[in-house]
Design a protein around this ligand. Structure first.
Ligand code: SF4
Length: 392
């Protein structure tokens, strides 16, 4: 609600579909893919849990997690998620709060909400079976062209070529120039090893992750070196050219840890359709021009929840970067000075929670830092209120 960002984010990845323009892919490059890249992958592939025991469910969960997260970062989350939700059914019947809690810290929480919705949709299908066509997979919530192609090729070995950031970098370098999105689709279509699409997709992505890295490609260790135009040019790291991006907006935000006098603090749940939807947070909002953080906090809680609070000093300043903006959040300890129950207007729910129970709720990374700071303080601040917790 109060720390929203621009929802019009450009996807990082896309997949090869039909009607792509013609682009020349030299035969030596295509031959090298078959003769060198695939054997290299067979020998050098990382042992990742989603590569063992490939089921559509395990592949799908991995691909959703990997949409905006590197494999090494996703690993502990994947293991934890699969332990808690080992099957489509276990995910479908779980409360959304549990799913968000398992996703806590991974970011881009819309992925978790869509995963949950999709699991419920799959359960309604005949036999509860995962769709096994590109179109069927693409129809699931949260599955774009990239993820559909990845799941189709890895779980069902359908001939669909994936293009993500790693693939883009490798293919542009192999062909020696920065390709447009459409050209990249066409080139990937030409390079795809039909009948071995899953293997091909993973091999190119693995090469991009381990060898053909953005700043320092390890060309001497690369199986594609003899066919690579960028290697011959002597300047492989300059490709692909980067698009210029504007500076991210920076927002100053105030938030409050509001006590009710019984050791409980107020948390609010974000609306499901907002950024970080379904997660809990400490209430607050943007600091307006000419306001102090304490003033902004007082105003926000009065306007949003009909609650009068009084700042009792700074707890922590949290700086956090989201994909399209960054925040500096000044978090104050505060006490409630009126007895009216919270009146949630722009949040899904508000609740008083003992400090030692906060970890049972799903929070964003920025708010988890607030909880850590709170836990470090041994003595809670006492507030005035003694009324029953107002929640809904
Ligand atoms: S030779 Fe170098 S630039 Fe070319 S694909 Fe391999 S690592 Fe990348």
């Amino acid at each position: 609600m109060r720390r929203d960002c621009d929802p019009g984010r450009r996807p990082l990845c896309w997949a090869v579909m039909d009607r792509a323009p013609a682009v020349k892919v030299p035969d030596p490059v295509r031959r090298a893919v078959r003769r060198r890249l695939l054997p290299w992958f067979a020998e050098n592939a990382r042992d990742l849990p989603w590569r063992r025991r490939r089921t559509p469910y395990r592949v799908w969960v991995a691909e959703i997690m990997l949409q905006q997260t590197r494999a090494d970062q996703a690993l502990p989350y994947y293991r934890r998620f699969l332990r808690r939700f080992p099957s489509m059914k276990s995910l479908a019947v779980a409360p959304l709060d549990d799913v968000l809690k398992m996703w806590e810290g991974l970011g881009y929480y819309r992925r978790a909400r869509n995963l949950h919705r999709a699991a419920r949709m799959v359960r309604e299908r005949p036999g509860g079976r995962f769709p096994d066509t590109l179109e069927g997979i693409r129809a699931l919530p949260g599955v774009g062209a990239y993820t559909a192609a990845a799941v189709a090729s890895l779980a069902f070995n359908l001939d669909a070529a994936v293009v993500d950031g790693n693939v883009r970098r490798v293919v542009c370098r192999l062909l020696g120039r920065t390709l447009t999105a459409r050209e990249l689709e066409a080139a990937s279509e030409r390079l795809l090893v039909r009948g071995r699409a899953g293997e091909y997709n993973e091999a190119v992505m693995e090469l991009g992750a381990l060898v053909c890295t953005p700043a320092a490609p390890a060309c001497d260790a690369c199986p594609m070196r003899s066919a690579c135009a960028a290697y011959r040019s002597g300047d492989p790291h300059t490709l692909p050219e980067k698009a210029r991006r504007g500076k991210k907006p920076h927002r100053k935000v105030a938030a409050g840890v509001v006590f009710n006098g019984r050791g409980e603090v107020l948390i609010a749940q974000r609306n499901p359709d907002d950024m970080l939807g379904g997660l809990w947070e400490f209430p607050g909002g943007c600091i307006e021009s000419g306001e102090t953080a304490a003033e902004a906090l007082t105003r926000e809680l009065r306007e949003e929840l009909g609650m009068e609070v009084c700042s009792e000093g700074l707890l922590i300043t949290v700086r956090h970067a989201y994909s399209h903006f960054s925040i500096e959040m000044e978090v104050h300890l505060a006490s409630r000075v009126n007895r009216a129950p919270p009146r949630p207007l722009q949040c899904a729910a508000a609740r008083w929670v003992p400090v030692d129970r906060l970890r049972g709720y799903a929070f964003s990374r920025a708010d988890l830092q607030v909880i850590e700071a709170l836990e470090c303080r041994q003595a809670p601040v006492s507030g005035e209120g003694t009324t029953a917790a107002g929640s809904r």
